[in-house]
Design a protein around this ligand. Structure first.
Ligand code: PLZ
Length: 457
């Protein structure tokens, strides 16, 4: 057994104050949550929705406690955010200390050291050991917007190439970059111009035997014919497509696309907002592909639950923008920076990359057993603690979103938070906190296995 196999102790997992167990004392959602849902209907815009309306009162490690006193197993991490666990001790301590000292000065007005320390950490941790620079902002979408601004500015070109099944955010530019119409784009246009979409590598749905190199050729042929390589500022890609269905490209795909970009003077930008910070078993998913992007966008897990995002990239690109060209009032808030330093320390000291690889092998083992038993599971895929199953009509590859939804709803009623995703809404994805202990994960997977058996058996 390596240290990565060991289950982190409760103190390390930040779970000292909440027992790491599933415990239901009411229906889910319970009466107090339902009462809040009634208030919500009159207070919150209906366009904002929630997967499971159990209102959270506190959380630690991999357990959420709702206002009715139920303890839920969190296999979603708030969409891949609390990799270090809920209320991770190093994050809580750093935030507490920082808010007592100062909450805001605006880095663009009077700077502070923690912003530098986060940039230094990201320069060191992201793929590649060349000279790098980082800028901080608040959300994933904002990081993507800034990556495109930088790529356009330094290349003097306008076109942005993205992929089918991509998700990059909900702002005007990032809606244009995101592939799926419902619910992200419908009725919200007109969208930003000069965005071009090409097919990624999607081994389950590509023609049998299509290699990564062939899928890359299919994509760059389209770019060359429809856009023209010298018009392209950047190719932006999630190394594993997240919201689109945890689609892992065939080996060699990313490297071939990155190589084409290098030869054509196109900026290769990796969106590691969902894959980054140990989730896939390495610091970044690009590490596993031997690909060094020119720019990397990060957000989500970087600050253990506080809003922070970043663009990190080659110094000559990042420094190609005039002073004052990048920024924002709250970008790299001192509180979020303190949280990020605590979170990154935790990832290092608990070897959460190793832990993610261990969780991934446990999860993949279970999912593959179910796949062998139920023809309604068309594909099992992912990497590390980013695993998913794709639900299809048995004997076909026809997406079956209704069954995926019912499986998820079954888990929710039993106190296990799982998320769906996928362009066709038929993918069940698992993104547990990386500090989840083996027993709690086994309980969560047991509930999911029962749900799968009932719906697909
Ligand atoms: N890029 C790869 O996964 C956010 C979106 C949830 P923000 N994914 C969760 C939803 O329905 O809004 C995401 C991502 C990748 C960019 C983003 C955007 O990050 O922090 O939500 O803006």
């Amino acid at each position: 057994m390596t240290s990565a196999d060991a289950t982190p102790g409760p103190a390390a997992a930040g779970s000292g104050s909440i027992v790491q167990e599933r415990r239901l004392v009411t229906d889910i959602p319970g009466p107090r949550s339902l009462e809040m849902e009634r208030r919500r209907a009159h207070a919150v815009a209906s366009g904002v929705s929630s997967t499971l309306p159990a209102y959270v009162e506190r959380a630690s490690g991999a357990v959420l406690v709702d206002v009715d006193g139920n303890s839920l197993i969190d296999l979603g991490s708030g969409i891949g955010v609390v990799g270090v666990g809920h209320a991770a001790p190093a994050v809580v301590d750093a935030v507490r200390d920082q808010v007592a000292r100062f909450t805001h000065s605006c880095f663009m007005v009077t700077p502070y050291e923690s912003y530098l320390a986060v940039c230094e950490a990201l320069n060191a941790l992201t793929p590649g050991d060349g000279d790098k620079r980082t800028m901080l902002c608040n959300s994933g979408a904002e990081a993507v917007e800034n990556a495109v601004k930088i790529a356009r500015h330094v290349t003097g070109r306008q076109a942005v190439v993205v992929f089918d099944h991509a998700y990059h955010g909900r702002t005007n530019l990032t809606m244009a970059l995101t592939a799926r119409n419902m619910p992200y784009r419908d009725g919200f246009g007109p969208f930003a111009p000069e965005v071009y979409r090409v097919p990624p590598s999607y081994p389950y749905r590509d023609p049998d035997g299509m290699t990564g190199e062939e899928a890359a050729r299919r994509a760059v042929d389209l770019i060359e014919r429809q856009v023209g390589p010298d018009r392209v500022a950047c190719v932006l890609i999630e190394p594993i497509l997240g919201e689109g269905g945890f689609i892992v490209p065939a080996p060699g795909f990313l490297r071939a696309v990155a190589g084409w970009c290098r030869d054509r003077g196109v900026v290769f930008a990796a969106d590691e907002i969902q894959t980054g910070f140990c989730r896939t078993g390495s610091w970044f998913a690009c590490d596993e592909e031997g690909v060094v992007p020119d720019l990397v966008t990060t957000a989500k897990a970087v600050a253990g639950g506080l809003p922070l995002a970043a663009v990190t990239g080659r110094a000559e690109l990042m420094d190609g923008v005039h002073a004052g060209g990048l920024g924002g009032t709250f970008g790299g808030s001192p509180v979020a920076c303190a949280a990020a330093l605590g979170a990154i320390d935790t990832m290092r000291s608990l070897d959460l990359a190793g832990r993610a690889a261990h969780l991934g092998s446990v999860i993949a083992g279970e999912l593959r057993t179910w796949q062998a038993a139920y023809p309604g599971i068309g594909d099992v895929r992912g990497r590390g603690a980013m695993m998913a199953l794709e639900v299809v009509l048995p004997g076909t590859s026809e997406p079956d979103p209704g069954t995926a939804r019912r499986i998820a709803a079954h888990c929710h009623r039993q106190g296990v938070v799982v998320l769906t995703c996928g362009t066709f809404g038929n993918v069940i994805r698992l993104l547990p906190p990386l500090v989840i202990d083996d027993a709690l994960l086994a309980d969560g997977l047991g509930v999911l296995g029962t749900a799968v058996g009932e719906e697909l058996g």
